[in-house]
Design a protein around this ligand. Structure first.
Ligand code: ZN
Length: 429
Protein backbone atom coordinates (compact mmCIF):
# COMPACT_ATOMS: atom_id res chain seq x y z
CA UNK A 1 0.00 0.00 0.00
CA UNK A 2 2.98 2.30 0.40
CA UNK A 3 5.42 3.62 -2.13
CA UNK A 4 7.61 4.72 0.74
CA UNK A 5 9.55 2.00 2.50
CA UNK A 6 8.57 0.96 6.00
CA UNK A 7 12.05 1.88 7.21
CA UNK A 8 11.83 5.37 5.72
CA UNK A 9 8.48 6.00 7.43
CA UNK A 10 9.73 4.70 10.76
CA UNK A 11 12.84 6.88 10.56
CA UNK A 12 10.83 9.97 9.59
CA UNK A 13 8.48 9.43 12.55
CA UNK A 14 11.34 8.71 14.95
CA UNK A 15 12.88 12.04 13.90
CA UNK A 16 9.80 13.76 15.38
CA UNK A 17 10.38 12.42 18.91
CA UNK A 18 11.61 15.68 20.40
CA UNK A 19 8.79 17.65 18.77
CA UNK A 20 6.24 15.28 20.35
CA UNK A 21 7.93 15.33 23.77
CA UNK A 22 8.22 19.11 23.67
CA UNK A 23 4.55 19.53 22.81
CA UNK A 24 3.35 17.18 25.56
CA UNK A 25 5.57 19.07 28.04
CA UNK A 26 4.27 22.45 26.88
CA UNK A 27 0.65 21.30 27.18
CA UNK A 28 1.33 19.93 30.67
CA UNK A 29 2.93 23.21 31.74
CA UNK A 30 -0.03 25.34 30.67
CA UNK A 31 -2.67 23.11 32.21
CA UNK A 32 -0.96 21.76 35.34
CA UNK A 33 -3.11 22.27 38.43
CA UNK A 34 -2.43 21.33 42.09
CA UNK A 35 -3.79 17.87 41.30
CA UNK A 36 -3.31 16.67 37.71
CA UNK A 37 -4.14 18.39 34.44
CA UNK A 38 -7.22 20.53 33.91
CA UNK A 39 -7.99 21.77 30.42
CA UNK A 40 -11.50 22.99 31.11
CA UNK A 41 -13.90 23.00 28.18
CA UNK A 42 -14.26 26.56 26.78
CA UNK A 43 -12.12 27.82 29.64
CA UNK A 44 -8.53 28.87 30.29
CA UNK A 45 -7.05 25.35 30.13
CA UNK A 46 -8.57 24.38 26.79
CA UNK A 47 -7.91 27.82 25.29
CA UNK A 48 -4.23 27.58 26.21
CA UNK A 49 -3.99 24.14 24.56
CA UNK A 50 -5.45 25.54 21.32
CA UNK A 51 -2.83 28.32 21.41
CA UNK A 52 -0.01 25.77 21.81
CA UNK A 53 -1.41 23.68 18.95
CA UNK A 54 -1.93 26.69 16.67
CA UNK A 55 1.58 28.02 17.26
CA UNK A 56 3.19 24.65 16.52
CA UNK A 57 1.06 24.16 13.39
CA UNK A 58 2.00 27.64 12.15
CA UNK A 59 5.68 26.83 12.65
CA UNK A 60 5.15 23.81 10.37
CA UNK A 61 3.76 26.16 7.71
CA UNK A 62 0.18 24.92 7.98
CA UNK A 63 -2.90 27.09 7.31
CA UNK A 64 -4.68 27.84 10.60
CA UNK A 65 -8.36 28.60 10.94
CA UNK A 66 -11.01 28.52 13.66
CA UNK A 67 -14.68 27.76 13.20
CA UNK A 68 -17.80 29.01 14.96
CA UNK A 69 -17.29 26.50 17.78
CA UNK A 70 -13.64 27.68 18.11
CA UNK A 71 -12.29 24.34 16.92
CA UNK A 72 -8.78 24.78 15.45
CA UNK A 73 -7.88 23.43 12.00
CA UNK A 74 -4.30 23.24 10.72
CA UNK A 75 -4.19 22.33 7.04
CA UNK A 76 -1.37 21.22 4.80
CA UNK A 77 -2.80 22.17 1.41
CA UNK A 78 -2.94 19.46 -1.23
CA UNK A 79 -2.28 19.94 -4.95
CA UNK A 80 -5.99 19.60 -5.79
CA UNK A 81 -8.01 21.44 -3.19
CA UNK A 82 -11.30 20.20 -4.63
CA UNK A 83 -10.53 16.68 -3.31
CA UNK A 84 -12.05 15.67 0.05
CA UNK A 85 -9.52 16.16 2.87
CA UNK A 86 -8.00 13.70 5.29
CA UNK A 87 -8.73 14.94 8.82
CA UNK A 88 -6.69 13.63 11.77
CA UNK A 89 -7.21 14.89 15.27
CA UNK A 90 -8.82 14.63 18.67
CA UNK A 91 -9.87 16.87 21.54
CA UNK A 92 -7.79 19.32 23.55
CA UNK A 93 -9.93 19.53 26.67
CA UNK A 94 -9.67 17.26 29.71
CA UNK A 95 -11.74 16.27 32.70
CA UNK A 96 -10.97 18.15 35.95
CA UNK A 97 -7.80 16.64 37.52
CA UNK A 98 -7.17 14.49 34.45
CA UNK A 99 -4.00 13.33 32.71
CA UNK A 100 -1.91 14.91 29.96
CA UNK A 101 -2.57 12.43 27.15
CA UNK A 102 -6.33 11.89 26.85
CA UNK A 103 -7.22 13.81 23.70
CA UNK A 104 -3.94 15.68 23.25
CA UNK A 105 -2.21 12.54 21.92
CA UNK A 106 -4.48 12.54 18.84
CA UNK A 107 -3.74 16.17 17.97
CA UNK A 108 0.01 15.78 18.46
CA UNK A 109 -0.08 12.53 16.41
CA UNK A 110 -1.60 14.51 13.53
CA UNK A 111 1.20 17.10 13.73
CA UNK A 112 3.86 14.38 13.96
CA UNK A 113 2.44 12.64 10.88
CA UNK A 114 2.41 15.87 8.86
CA UNK A 115 5.95 16.76 9.96
CA UNK A 116 7.16 13.23 9.11
CA UNK A 117 5.51 13.31 5.67
CA UNK A 118 7.05 16.72 4.97
CA UNK A 119 10.40 15.27 5.99
CA UNK A 120 9.85 12.44 3.50
CA UNK A 121 9.20 14.91 0.69
CA UNK A 122 5.61 13.74 0.17
CA UNK A 123 3.48 16.07 -1.98
CA UNK A 124 -0.15 15.47 -0.97
CA UNK A 125 -2.81 15.81 -3.65
CA UNK A 126 -5.61 16.24 -1.10
CA UNK A 127 -5.61 18.53 1.93
CA UNK A 128 -4.41 17.01 5.19
CA UNK A 129 -6.00 18.76 8.15
CA UNK A 130 -5.04 18.31 11.79
CA UNK A 131 -8.04 19.20 13.93
CA UNK A 132 -7.92 20.35 17.54
CA UNK A 133 -11.44 19.62 18.68
CA UNK A 134 -13.27 21.49 21.42
CA UNK A 135 -15.38 20.17 24.23
CA UNK A 136 -15.26 16.38 24.00
CA UNK A 137 -15.32 15.81 27.74
CA UNK A 138 -19.02 15.85 28.56
CA UNK A 139 -18.43 16.31 32.30
CA UNK A 140 -18.39 20.11 31.88
CA UNK A 141 -21.68 20.73 30.06
CA UNK A 142 -23.13 17.18 30.23
CA UNK A 143 -23.41 17.19 26.42
CA UNK A 144 -21.43 14.79 24.18
CA UNK A 145 -19.12 15.79 21.32
CA UNK A 146 -19.90 19.53 21.38
CA UNK A 147 -16.93 20.57 19.20
CA UNK A 148 -17.11 17.86 16.57
CA UNK A 149 -20.90 17.95 16.31
CA UNK A 150 -20.86 21.75 15.96
CA UNK A 151 -18.36 21.39 13.14
CA UNK A 152 -20.45 18.69 11.46
CA UNK A 153 -23.76 20.49 11.97
CA UNK A 154 -25.20 17.74 14.18
CA UNK A 155 -25.24 19.45 17.60
CA UNK A 156 -28.80 19.13 18.94
CA UNK A 157 -30.77 22.35 19.33
CA UNK A 158 -30.75 23.39 22.95
CA UNK A 159 -27.20 22.22 23.66
CA UNK A 160 -25.98 25.82 23.45
CA UNK A 161 -28.13 26.62 26.49
CA UNK A 162 -26.57 23.87 28.65
CA UNK A 163 -24.75 25.30 31.67
CA UNK A 164 -21.22 24.43 32.73
CA UNK A 165 -21.42 22.55 36.01
CA UNK A 166 -18.91 24.75 37.84
CA UNK A 167 -19.48 28.26 36.44
CA UNK A 168 -23.23 28.07 35.80
CA UNK A 169 -22.69 29.98 32.55
CA UNK A 170 -24.16 28.69 29.29
CA UNK A 171 -22.26 26.91 26.54
CA UNK A 172 -23.07 29.85 24.23
CA UNK A 173 -21.51 32.30 26.74
CA UNK A 174 -18.40 30.16 27.20
CA UNK A 175 -18.06 29.64 23.43
CA UNK A 176 -18.23 33.39 22.81
CA UNK A 177 -15.60 34.05 25.49
CA UNK A 178 -13.29 31.55 23.72
CA UNK A 179 -13.63 33.30 20.35
CA UNK A 180 -16.55 31.26 18.99
CA UNK A 181 -19.78 32.39 17.35
CA UNK A 182 -22.70 30.41 18.81
CA UNK A 183 -25.22 32.47 16.80
CA UNK A 184 -23.73 31.00 13.63
CA UNK A 185 -24.16 27.47 15.04
CA UNK A 186 -27.75 28.26 16.04
CA UNK A 187 -28.33 29.50 12.47
CA UNK A 188 -27.16 26.10 11.19
CA UNK A 189 -23.76 27.12 9.81
CA UNK A 190 -21.24 24.32 10.05
CA UNK A 191 -17.59 24.22 9.06
CA UNK A 192 -17.29 20.65 7.82
CA UNK A 193 -19.36 19.25 4.95
CA UNK A 194 -19.18 15.48 5.21
CA UNK A 195 -18.66 15.28 1.43
CA UNK A 196 -15.48 17.35 1.88
CA UNK A 197 -13.93 14.81 4.27
CA UNK A 198 -12.23 11.73 2.84
CA UNK A 199 -11.70 10.17 6.28
CA UNK A 200 -11.35 11.03 9.96
CA UNK A 201 -8.57 9.34 11.93
CA UNK A 202 -8.12 9.64 15.66
CA UNK A 203 -5.18 8.42 17.72
CA UNK A 204 -6.13 8.14 21.40
CA UNK A 205 -4.76 6.57 24.56
CA UNK A 206 -6.57 3.42 25.53
CA UNK A 207 -8.70 4.15 28.57
CA UNK A 208 -8.72 0.58 29.85
CA UNK A 209 -5.67 -1.62 30.53
CA UNK A 210 -6.28 -4.15 27.68
CA UNK A 211 -3.07 -3.27 25.84
CA UNK A 212 -1.06 -3.44 29.06
CA UNK A 213 -2.58 -6.89 29.62
CA UNK A 214 -1.86 -7.95 26.00
CA UNK A 215 1.68 -6.55 26.05
CA UNK A 216 1.14 -4.64 22.78
CA UNK A 217 1.91 -0.95 22.15
CA UNK A 218 -1.09 -0.11 19.98
CA UNK A 219 -4.47 -1.36 18.83
CA UNK A 220 -6.68 -0.77 15.83
CA UNK A 221 -10.18 0.04 17.01
CA UNK A 222 -13.09 -2.21 15.98
CA UNK A 223 -15.97 0.01 17.20
CA UNK A 224 -16.96 2.91 19.42
CA UNK A 225 -19.85 2.50 21.84
CA UNK A 226 -23.01 4.56 21.67
CA UNK A 227 -24.65 5.57 24.92
CA UNK A 228 -27.68 6.97 26.64
CA UNK A 229 -27.32 9.04 29.76
CA UNK A 230 -29.41 10.50 32.52
CA UNK A 231 -27.19 13.13 34.21
CA UNK A 232 -29.73 14.23 36.83
CA UNK A 233 -32.02 11.36 37.78
CA UNK A 234 -33.97 11.30 41.08
CA UNK A 235 -35.95 8.83 43.10
CA UNK A 236 -38.76 10.39 45.12
CA UNK A 237 -39.90 8.54 48.23
CA UNK A 238 -41.00 9.93 51.59
CA UNK A 239 -38.97 11.14 54.57
CA UNK A 240 -40.04 9.16 57.64
CA UNK A 241 -38.93 8.38 61.17
CA UNK A 242 -36.30 5.59 61.32
CA UNK A 243 -38.71 3.54 63.41
CA UNK A 244 -41.29 3.38 60.64
CA UNK A 245 -42.17 -0.28 59.94
CA UNK A 246 -41.00 -1.60 56.62
CA UNK A 247 -44.46 -1.90 55.08
CA UNK A 248 -45.13 1.83 55.53
CA UNK A 249 -41.86 3.03 54.02
CA UNK A 250 -41.20 4.80 50.72
CA UNK A 251 -37.45 4.49 51.06
CA UNK A 252 -35.62 6.19 48.18
CA UNK A 253 -32.17 4.96 49.28
CA UNK A 254 -33.18 1.29 49.35
CA UNK A 255 -34.90 1.74 45.97
CA UNK A 256 -31.62 3.14 44.62
CA UNK A 257 -29.74 0.13 45.99
CA UNK A 258 -32.24 -2.19 44.24
CA UNK A 259 -31.67 -0.25 41.03
CA UNK A 260 -27.86 -0.56 41.29
CA UNK A 261 -28.03 -4.31 41.89
CA UNK A 262 -30.52 -4.85 39.02
CA UNK A 263 -28.30 -2.81 36.70
CA UNK A 264 -25.26 -4.92 37.56
CA UNK A 265 -27.27 -8.15 37.00
CA UNK A 266 -28.30 -6.85 33.59
CA UNK A 267 -24.63 -6.27 32.76
CA UNK A 268 -23.66 -9.71 34.04
CA UNK A 269 -26.35 -11.25 31.82
CA UNK A 270 -25.03 -9.36 28.76
CA UNK A 271 -21.46 -10.32 29.57
CA UNK A 272 -22.47 -14.00 29.75
CA UNK A 273 -24.19 -13.65 26.36
CA UNK A 274 -21.05 -12.08 24.83
CA UNK A 275 -22.70 -8.69 24.30
CA UNK A 276 -20.24 -5.96 25.35
CA UNK A 277 -21.73 -3.05 27.30
CA UNK A 278 -21.08 -0.98 30.41
CA UNK A 279 -23.34 0.71 32.94
CA UNK A 280 -22.17 3.31 35.45
CA UNK A 281 -23.81 5.15 38.31
CA UNK A 282 -21.47 8.14 38.41
CA UNK A 283 -23.20 10.09 41.17
CA UNK A 284 -25.20 8.23 43.80
CA UNK A 285 -26.33 10.05 46.91
CA UNK A 286 -29.14 11.10 49.23
CA UNK A 287 -29.97 14.78 49.57
CA UNK A 288 -27.33 16.19 51.94
CA UNK A 289 -29.60 19.10 52.91
CA UNK A 290 -32.33 16.78 54.20
CA UNK A 291 -30.87 13.34 55.03
CA UNK A 292 -29.79 12.23 58.47
CA UNK A 293 -29.10 9.34 60.79
CA UNK A 294 -32.68 9.22 62.07
CA UNK A 295 -34.57 9.70 58.79
CA UNK A 296 -35.70 7.31 56.09
CA UNK A 297 -34.41 8.86 52.84
CA UNK A 298 -37.22 10.61 50.98
CA UNK A 299 -35.12 11.54 47.98
CA UNK A 300 -32.14 10.05 46.12
CA UNK A 301 -30.01 11.44 43.28
CA UNK A 302 -28.01 9.56 40.69
CA UNK A 303 -26.46 9.84 37.24
CA UNK A 304 -26.50 6.96 34.78
CA UNK A 305 -24.38 6.18 31.70
CA UNK A 306 -25.16 3.04 29.70
CA UNK A 307 -23.08 2.17 26.63
CA UNK A 308 -22.93 -0.59 24.04
CA UNK A 309 -21.46 -1.23 20.59
CA UNK A 310 -24.70 -2.16 18.85
CA UNK A 311 -27.72 0.10 18.36
CA UNK A 312 -30.19 -2.78 18.92
CA UNK A 313 -28.45 -3.84 22.14
CA UNK A 314 -28.58 -0.24 23.34
CA UNK A 315 -32.28 0.13 22.54
CA UNK A 316 -33.04 -3.16 24.27
CA UNK A 317 -31.06 -2.07 27.35
CA UNK A 318 -33.08 1.11 27.63
CA UNK A 319 -36.34 -0.83 27.42
CA UNK A 320 -35.13 -3.28 30.08
CA UNK A 321 -34.15 -0.36 32.34
CA UNK A 322 -37.62 1.13 32.07
CA UNK A 323 -38.99 -2.26 33.17
CA UNK A 324 -36.64 -2.37 36.18
CA UNK A 325 -37.72 1.16 37.16
CA UNK A 326 -41.44 0.27 37.00
CA UNK A 327 -40.91 -2.86 39.07
CA UNK A 328 -39.00 -0.98 41.82
CA UNK A 329 -41.55 1.85 41.83
CA UNK A 330 -44.39 -0.61 42.41
CA UNK A 331 -42.55 -2.62 45.05
CA UNK A 332 -41.00 0.25 47.03
CA UNK A 333 -43.74 2.86 46.68
CA UNK A 334 -41.36 5.39 45.14
CA UNK A 335 -41.26 7.36 41.90
CA UNK A 336 -38.27 7.66 39.52
CA UNK A 337 -37.77 10.98 37.73
CA UNK A 338 -35.05 10.20 35.20
CA UNK A 339 -34.86 13.85 34.08
CA UNK A 340 -33.05 15.07 30.95
CA UNK A 341 -31.73 12.35 28.63
CA UNK A 342 -28.63 12.62 26.44
CA UNK A 343 -27.43 10.08 23.93
CA UNK A 344 -24.73 9.38 21.38
CA UNK A 345 -24.99 7.03 18.39
CA UNK A 346 -22.86 3.89 18.09
CA UNK A 347 -19.68 4.74 16.14
CA UNK A 348 -19.11 2.34 13.29
CA UNK A 349 -15.45 2.08 12.33
CA UNK A 350 -14.85 2.01 8.56
CA UNK A 351 -13.97 -1.64 7.78
CA UNK A 352 -11.82 -0.53 4.83
CA UNK A 353 -9.69 1.92 6.83
CA UNK A 354 -9.50 -0.50 9.74
CA UNK A 355 -8.02 -3.21 7.54
CA UNK A 356 -5.64 -0.72 5.87
CA UNK A 357 -4.40 0.36 9.30
CA UNK A 358 -3.91 -3.29 10.26
CA UNK A 359 -1.90 -3.85 7.06
CA UNK A 360 0.19 -0.73 7.74
CA UNK A 361 1.03 -2.06 11.20
CA UNK A 362 2.11 -5.39 9.69
CA UNK A 363 4.31 -3.65 7.10
CA UNK A 364 5.91 -1.50 9.80
CA UNK A 365 6.34 -4.63 12.00
CA UNK A 366 4.39 -2.97 14.83
CA UNK A 367 2.47 -5.43 17.03
CA UNK A 368 -1.13 -4.19 16.94
CA UNK A 369 -4.10 -5.65 18.79
CA UNK A 370 -7.71 -5.19 17.68
CA UNK A 371 -10.07 -3.99 20.41
CA UNK A 372 -13.40 -2.24 20.81
CA UNK A 373 -13.16 1.19 22.38
CA UNK A 374 -14.27 1.26 26.01
CA UNK A 375 -14.91 5.00 25.77
CA UNK A 376 -16.77 7.46 23.57
CA UNK A 377 -14.72 9.49 21.11
CA UNK A 378 -15.15 12.27 18.56
CA UNK A 379 -14.58 9.66 15.82
CA UNK A 380 -18.08 8.37 16.67
CA UNK A 381 -19.58 11.79 15.86
CA UNK A 382 -17.83 11.76 12.48
CA UNK A 383 -18.99 8.19 11.81
CA UNK A 384 -22.56 9.09 12.79
CA UNK A 385 -22.44 12.00 10.31
CA UNK A 386 -21.44 9.56 7.55
CA UNK A 387 -17.67 10.16 7.44
CA UNK A 388 -15.45 7.05 7.14
CA UNK A 389 -13.72 7.03 10.53
CA UNK A 390 -11.12 4.91 12.33
CA UNK A 391 -9.06 4.98 15.51
CA UNK A 392 -5.68 3.83 16.75
CA UNK A 393 -5.26 3.27 20.50
CA UNK A 394 -2.01 3.68 22.41
CA UNK A 395 -1.13 1.59 25.45
CA UNK A 396 -1.66 3.53 28.65
CA UNK A 397 -1.12 2.47 32.23
CA UNK A 398 -3.12 3.51 35.28
CA UNK A 399 -6.38 4.22 33.42
CA UNK A 400 -7.45 7.68 32.31
CA UNK A 401 -9.46 10.65 33.55
CA UNK A 402 -6.96 10.75 36.41
CA UNK A 403 -3.57 12.44 36.94
CA UNK A 404 -1.68 9.13 36.63
CA UNK A 405 -2.22 8.40 32.92
CA UNK A 406 1.07 6.97 31.67
CA UNK A 407 1.68 6.76 27.93
CA UNK A 408 5.19 5.99 26.74
CA UNK A 409 6.51 8.08 23.84
CA UNK A 410 7.84 4.89 22.22
CA UNK A 411 4.30 3.49 22.08
CA UNK A 412 2.91 6.84 20.90
CA UNK A 413 5.42 6.95 18.01
CA UNK A 414 4.32 3.47 16.92
CA UNK A 415 0.76 4.79 16.57
CA UNK A 416 2.12 7.83 14.71
CA UNK A 417 3.96 5.43 12.37
CA UNK A 418 0.75 3.62 11.41
CA UNK A 419 -1.10 6.94 11.01
CA UNK A 420 1.70 8.36 8.85
CA UNK A 421 1.83 5.25 6.65
CA UNK A 422 -1.95 5.37 6.13
CA UNK A 423 -1.93 9.06 5.24
CA UNK A 424 1.03 8.54 2.88
CA UNK A 425 -0.90 5.86 1.04
CA UNK A 426 -4.14 7.87 0.86
CA UNK A 427 -3.11 11.51 0.39
CA UNK A 428 -1.91 11.19 -3.16
CA UNK A 429 -5.09 9.93 -4.80
ZN1 ZN B 1 -10.50 11.52 25.13
Amino acid sequence: MMNLSADAIKAAVAAQRSRAEGLFDELARCSQRPRGITRDTYGAGENAAHEVFGAQAASLGLEIRRDAAANTYATWPGGDRSLPAIVAGSHLDSVPHGGNFDGAAGVIAGLVAVAALKGLGVMPRRDITVMGIRAEESVWFQVSYIGSRSALGTLPPGALDARRIDTGRTLAEHMTASGGDPAAIRAGRNELATSAIHAFLEVHIEQAPSLVELGKPIAICTGIPGNFRYPDARIIGRYDHVGTPRRFRHDAATAAADFAVALDKLWEEHEAAGLPMAATLGRFHTDAAAHGLTSVAGEFHFSLDVRAYDADVLANLEARLKGIVSEIEARRGVRFELGPRASAAVGIVSPVIRSELEQAAVLLKIPAATIGSPASHDAAAFAAAGVPAAMIFVRNENGSHNPDEAMKIDDFLQACGVLTAWIAANCRA
